[in-house]
Design a protein around this ligand. Sequence first.
Ligand SMILES: Nc1ncnc2c1ncn2[C@@H]1O[C@H](COP(=O)(O)OP(=O)(O)O)[C@@H](O)[C@H]1O
Ligand SMILES: [Mg+2]
Length: 301
Amino acid sequence: MEDQAEKLREIMKNQQNGTSGEESGAPSSSSRGDKTKIIAVASGKGGVGKTNISINLAISYARMGKRVIVLDADLGLANVNVILGVIPKYNLYHVIRKQKRMKDIILDTDYGIQIVAGASGFSRIANLSDEERKGFISEMKALEHADIIIIDTSAGVGPNVLDFVEAADEAIIVTTPEPTAITDAYGIIKIISTEIEDFDMGLKLIVNRVSSVVEAKKVSQRVINITSQFLNIKVDYLGFVFDDPGVSLAVKKQQPFSIADPKGRAASCIQTMVNRLEKVDPREGGGMGRFVRKLFGGNGE
Ligand SMILES: Nc1ncnc2c1ncn2[C@@H]1O[C@H](COP(=O)(O)OP(=O)(O)O)[C@@H](O)[C@H]1O
Ligand SMILES: [Mg+2]
């Protein structure tokens, strides 16, 4: 296992140095995986808006000309495709089982983003056999053309969620103003910060379904204060999304809300956040190479 991780690091390093046999001469082409920014979207409580936020963040990025893939890692309740009104025939499970290639399961959508459907057939990525793992890693390279990969995880902190969060460049925690959601947001931040070794990632907070800017600020301050006080963790407030009846209407139409109602309150909040995210420099040494190393390389080394 250790050897394999070592080998993988070597492969990724060579790739990043451009020694993978591809001699295009174009330095730092954006097709290089190390340029891919990977954002995991997580929450303590279910139903707080992760899937809607993931998809609409992705669409906002796509409108800026970025190539974006939404990877549905919500194993039990995979529903990225439902909100987009597409029916994937195959998912990551088929890739891991070598029944399909990654490139064959990436789905284009009408909204300028691509999606990869989640696998509901395995319990933990870290528990894959060596062969499955190797296959999966090399298949991940088929996603390297993306500038941004947004991972929509399941609620709570199942092992897969932690695997994905650990491997990502940054994690966005979604909460609503409900006390139960806030408590669970604190819970997941606590688990992330204690379970993930060499915890050094950027944790960002989105408060969804707020009725006012003041409410959003209050909720975010509460989360930021308790996490800094009790966990010594810095959480950045990324922004809020208004509670907007247009969201539910869009879901019923199986359309992303920023398409169904581009000038709506929820859509403009998403746009504001993407603008803010884009002002932040990409994390150094992140991207696909780090993602794969973290996902498979063992204890965060
Ligand atoms: N900003 C919002 N305004 C109004 N309703 C929302 C908003 N965000 C989410 N919802 C409602 O919550 C439901 C669950 O959202 P979803 O994105 O599926 O949550 P999760 O992925 O966290 O389980 C949506 O179908 C919608 O009805
Ligand atoms: Mg969801």
